[in-house]
Design a binder for this molecule. Sequence first.
Ligand code: HEM
Length: 220
Amino acid sequence: MPAERRPAPTIRRLVALAVHLGSLLPLALLLFAGATGQLSVNPIQDLTLRTGKTALVLLLLSLACTPLNLLLGWKWALGLRKPLGLYSFLYICLHLLIFAGVDYGLDFGQIGQAITEKRYVLAGLASFLLLLPLALTSTKGAMRRLGRWWRRLHWLVYPAALLAVLHFLWLAKTAREPLIFGAVLLAVLAVRALRSLGAPARIANRSAQPPAQGSEKRHG
Ligand code: HEM
């Protein structure tokens, strides 16, 4: 079993800062590109694609934290799940707002039609609806109130991520990139499944440890 690798508090604070800055950077770049007219000839599509991609990257990064702890003993990574998950949700909300508000001008008839006619829109919506309760219950108060149900509820993040990858696969012109995201998700799920089955001692032992202080509230 690998010993827990616990970097110095300064390093951990720097990593946390990098997560916040790195998560906000795509938004800053998007705002800058919009303000300086550097978006593509189809700015709405540009905004939709960039917010969607960022949301998926952050969601998968948040899911990768638990395997990093299980496999490498990076317990400190558990504390990054919540900010990464919430930043992902921020980009999903922007993605949805651009789609419904800017692209479809809040025309609910047309939006309804898109949901029923385009399977990738339905998959995206289903993913959003699964992630919504997770974002709403990310506070300490909600965690306390929900007790053990909080952890169960947060398993929804896996079907939500799967639907997000399907959403990407169904809209993309080539399958290569969505399949790379899918492979990362499958790797994360494989580690979780091995742990649940109690297979390798190393993984099982790791998971038997109590959650890191301040990290037991997070999903994944
Ligand atoms: C109601 C929910 C959603 C709607 C209506 C929606 C809609 C869209 C639309 C219209 C596109 C662009 C299609 C195109 O122009 O070719 C798109 C792309 C994308 N969306 Fe969504 N989406 C939703 C939820 C999500 C969620 C939850 C995620 C991820 C967590 C996500 C990730 C992506 C990705 C990765 C792309 C492709 C980006 C690229 O090709 O670079 N979407 N979405």
